[in-house]
Design a protein around this ligand. Structure first.
Ligand code: MN
Length: 387
């Protein structure tokens, strides 16, 4: 009996906020489905935050349906619990329930505070699952007290929660408070980096998110776990993902250092143009020609060698005294327009209009329309096409 354990897909997210970025999350989810089919697993178990929002857009549903349908056609079950992102607010419906209703997933537990027990009959036999969706950390004792060991021989505990051992704020519980010995495998979600610990022969595992939502979550590799429950003990093997977007994080002390590092980093082959995150001290920032850095990075972006870039100078004590903010996101007019409009010709047309106008209200109206009105972009694209 073979399972694929994944979590925190965050379908519908686009961080950093870019059109191309939203597609990244769908693409890597599709890779997870590919792996499940290739490895002929009995089921995918997803430990929450399948969606980034409890009200996904039609586009997000479209991609979720498309990937899940391939899985269903291959006879593989998709068993899922809710994280805080796809948990319904009071009196509204979780998107996971929508997927369940159309037969694409089996929703094991969604509502806050629930603890549900299921016996799932899979191709290779019965699997007992206790499922715990996201709950507020102060409820931990009450929630965990309601966990009963399943009566099947193969038993999995699935939960969306944080362990105190991760050393991060708002943790739910510690390993010693979990009834680990009643299960063969403990499948967790919520933590966005890979983490694995073995407690008296029982693997307790976070596979991590399939994309890094911000720089703190970046890592060179991202994974899903294959869990073999055929024997007495669960055997975990890791499969590397290849279709996530990489972040290049550079700590630099000068412009020339940036060019040197980035030059050699970009020699490597990337399946997708990476996101560049440049970190420098406040001192370096003041001594550095920030314009040259901006020009250099935006040229790389326009050439398609990087997706986007972020420059950050962490707050030093001097800067706090001056009241300056640390983060420099570099939202130049050019980058905003290029991210908004994919066609470079149309983007240039809009930039010319905006730059040629001293009417602030008109520019505001134009930008608002460009953000909210897809047909306007289509019209502009046609205009350029004819010209
Ligand atoms: Mn998450």
């Amino acid at each position: 009996l073979l399972l694929l354990h994944t979590s925190d897909t965050h379908l519908g997210a686009s961080r950093p906020r870019l059109r191309d970025r939203e597609v990244d999350y769908y693409d890597v989810f599709d890779e997870v489905v590919d792996i499940a089919i290739r490895e002929r697993v009995d089921a995918v178990i997803h430990c929450g935050d399948l969606f980034n929002d409890h009200r996904p857009t039609p586009q997000t549903y479209y991609y979720a349906f498309k990937s899940l349908k391939r899985l269903k056609d291959s006879g593989i079950e998709f068993l899922v619990i809710a994280g805080q992102h796809d948990q319904p607010k009071v009196a509204s419906l979780s998107p996971i329930k929508v997927l369940d209703e159309v037969g694409l997933v089996k929703s094991l537990a969604v509502r806050h505070g629930d603890v549900e027990s299921h016996t799932i009959n899979l191709r290779s036999g019965a699997l007992g699952i206790v499922a715990i969706p996201y709950f507020d950390p102060p409820l931990a004792q009450d929630v965990l007290r309601r966990v009963r060991p399943p009566s099947t021989s193969r038993r999995v505990l699935m939960a969306h929660m944080l362990l105190k051992e991760l050393n991060i704020p708002n943790a739910h519980t510690s390993l010693s408070e979990l009834p680990i010995s009643n299960f063969n495998y403990v499948a967790l979600g919520d933590y966005h980096l890979r983490y694995e610990v073995n407690v008296h022969g029982v693997p307790v595992v976070y596979p991590g998110s399939t994309e890094a939502l911000d720089v703190l979550e970046y890592s060179d590799d991202r994974f899903v776990a294959l869990v073999d429950l055929s024997g007495g003990e669960a055997l975990v093997s890791w499969v590397k993902l290849s279709r996530f977007r990489r972040w290049l994080v550079l700590n630099i002390s000068s412009y020339s250092e940036l060019i040197k590092y980035l030059g050699s980093a970009l020699n490597k082959q990337f399946s997708k143009a990476p996101i560049v995150y440049v970190r420098m001290t406040e001192k370096v920032r003041q001594a550095t020609d920030i314009r040259s850095i901006n020009d250099y990075l935006s040229r790389l972006r326009d050439e398609g060698k990087i997706l986007t870039y972020i420059i950050r100078a962490p707050e030093g004590p001097e800067e706090v005294a001056e009241g300056g903010g640390g983060e420099e996101y570099v939202p130049t007019l050019e980058s905003v327009v290029h991210n908004l409009i994919k066609d470079p010709q149309v983007a240039q047309l809009v930039l010319n209009i905006v730059k040629g106008s001293d009417n602030v209200e008109f520019v505001k109206l134009l930008i608002t329309d460009l953000i909210s009105n897809e047909s306007l972009i289509n019209k502009l694209e046609k205009l350029v096409g004819r010209g």
